[in-house]
Design a protein around this ligand. Structure first.
Ligand code: MN
Length: 204
């Protein structure tokens, strides 16, 4: 069973003006599709791994043969990261989180403003291409981290609640080199309901 590109849960233009339609279309149909295609091509060489879930696959890269491990890391990570990314954005979203996730943010960072400041700092200072993340441990304690390329905290045994793509392909058409402007706009499309669901489902 090959991996497939999940449809976007909204139109390409739905996140305008924060994220432009052309960027969303290229990001989804070219970049994300490319990760899916390359992952499937790599796994043709290891049919026993084809029945694994994506989570299981990228959580245990040691089980992947040397000859395709880098391809699975980059493209399995790319598939996982983008699938999560589309789901935690939505039109008419943004604002402040509520419920148990907001409480966890306050416990870990003091308040939502301090959390956003630290998250923006991690996303802004990631050199080159990568992601910034919020991860949770089993107790619900949250941590901000960032990874290069398409790496994912699951590869290090930590659960990613949310993350932002800071590859230039995520923002260059509209924001060019202004990553900070992209990040400021990105908060307007964060789907806190979905983030809360991911937080509450951690480790399951
Ligand atoms: Mn991307």
């Amino acid at each position: 069973m090959a991996f497939t590109l999940p449809p976007l849960p909204y139109d390409y233009a739905a996140l305008e003006p924060n994220i432009d339609a052309r960027t969303m279309e290229i990001h989804h149909t070219k970049h994300h599709q490319g990760y899916v295609n390359n992952l499937n091509a790599a796994l043709e060489k290891a049919p026993a791994l084809q029945s694994k879930t994506l989570d299981a696959l990228i959580s245990d890269l040691g089980a992947v043969p040397d000859s395709i491990r880098t391809a699975v890391r980059n493209n399995g990570g790319g598939h996982w990261n983008h699938s999560m990314f589309w789901s935690i954005m939505a039109p008419k979203a943004g604002g402040d989180p509520g419920g148990p996730f907001a409480e966890a943010l306050k416990r870990s960072f003091g308040d939502v403003a301090k959390f956003k400041e630290q998250f923006n700092a991690a996303a802004s200072s990631r050199f080159g291409s990568g992601w910034a993340w919020v991860t949770a441990d089993a107790s619900g304690a949250l941590k901000i981290e960032s990874t290069p390329n398409q790496d994912n905290p699951l590869m290090e045994g930590r659960y990613p609640v949310m993350g932002v793509d800071v590859w230039e392909h995520a923002y260059y058409l509209k924001y060019q080199n202004r990553r900070a402007d992209y990040l400021a706009a990105w908060w307007n499309v964060v789907n806190w309901g979905e983030v809360a669901k991911r937080f509450e489902g951690r480790g399951k």
